[in-house]
Design a protein around this ligand. Structure first.
Ligand code: FA5
Length: 338
């Protein structure tokens, strides 16, 4: 029996098979166990010798079982390790990296500049009431300036904001002066598109209000932004312009030398000193909301600019429509750059 058992043990191919052999011989009703159980029926003289004999067999079987179990367990572990091994010499699979849209990057630059100057950054609604987009900004319904910004009207009488200047009104109704804020976001105009005009584009609005704010503060701020964007040699130019919500009003441009040695004036946006009628309209809204009239007699400046213009020049994108056409050949060029 011993020989047979040991042969079966050493040939057991798996741990499960080994367990079966173990049960067969030394399990509860195994062959060896039965022999031991039968000892009681033997006459006492034979019992001792037979008992010793069976014990030798049992010990041999136990030792063989233990050894075989060790071998099989090691083999199972080796197999597991081999199957889970990572071959670090295999070439990697290139994963397509994302990247920030050029407009996001220009915004991040601009907002970083203003945050360093202590401005609060806010966002506001794209669906807006006529009052916040026009009236409160000193653009009554009959005013020809409404034609300058042709409007997408919604069926409920609201509109898609034509500029971020609505945030001047919203911010002043909620906050007391002195204040410095910039607001970013999308704006919409119902106009024919061309290489430099989209019907959806972005603006960055800035507003500073306090006592004794002057045009010099406005010019210094725009110059600081230009240096932040284009380095210490950047220059700014202001030309008189008309916006109903500022007086005086101006357009500003930045003259910059890019790393490729080109230099040109880049028309960036409009600006000016906040019109007293705007402060009055804000106070009216505040009064209606149960807040103090606090803006009458204040001074402040505002500006609004289009980041698309900056991005087109910076990244040499010849047509504004490329930004939003979702053509992977355009946007894909900015993969992996953050
Ligand atoms: C305004 O929208 C004023 N709200 C700016 C302002 C704010 C003036 C505060 C004074 C005080 P304007 O319509 O010029 O102004 O637009 C500002 C900038 O938005 C432009 O200089 C240009 O950079 C960008 N822009 C205007 N229209 C388009 C368009 N269709 N596509 C892309 N960019 C545009």
């Amino acid at each position: 029996m011993q020989q047979e058992a040991i042969q079966e043990i050493t040939q057991a191919p798996t741990l499960e098979a080994l367990q079966q052999v173990k049960t067969k011989y030394v399990g509860k009703s195994g062959l060896v166990t039965k022999e031991l159980g039968a000892l009681g029926k033997l006459p006492p003289e034979e019992r001792r010798a037979r008992g010793a004999e069976i014990n030798v067999v049992r010990q041999a079987i136990d030792a063989a079982l233990q050894e075989r179990e060790g071998i099989l367990k090691r083999a199972a572990l080796d197999e597991k390790l081999a199957s889970e091994a990572i071959d670090v010499t295999l070439p990697g699979l290139p994963l397509p990296a994302g990247g920030l849209h050029p407009i996001t990057r220009v915004y991040d630059d601009l907002i970083g500049i203003y945050q360093r100057m202590g401005y609060e950054v806010v966002e506001g609604p794209e669906v807006e009431g006529e009052h916040h987009n026009f009236e409160a900004l000193n653009i009554p319904w009959y005013h020809p300036a409404r034609d300058l910004q042709d409007t997408f009207w919604l069926e409920d009488g609201r509109l898609l904001r034509t500029h971020t200047s609505n945030m001047q009104i919203r911010y002043m109704v909620e906050h007391d002066p002195p204040l410095k804020m910039v607001s970013r976001g999308k704006v919409y105009r119902y106009e024919a598109t061309d290489a430099t005009h989209e019907s959806m584009f972005h603006q960055l609005e800035g507003l500073v209000v306090g006592e004794g704010i002057s045009m010099a503060d406005l010019k210094g701020t725009i110059a600081e932004m230009a240096r932040g964007l284009y380095g210490p040699t950047a220059q700014v130019r202001f030309q008189p312009s008309y916006y109903p919500f500022v007086e005086p009003g101006a357009d500003f441009a930045v003259y910059w030398n890019n790393p490729r040695g080109e230099s040109k004036w880049l028309e960036l946006g409009g600006c000016g000193m906040v019109h007293p009628n705007v402060f009055r309209a804000v106070d009216d809204l505040r009064e209606a909301a149960g807040r103090d009239r606090i803006y009458e007699g204040m001074t402040g400046f505002a500006f609004g600019l289009g980041p698309e213009r900056i991005a087109m020049l910076k990244y040499k994108i010849p047509d504004i429509r490329y930004f939003y056409a979702n053509d992977p050949r355009v946007i894909g060029q900015f993969r992996g750059e953050l």
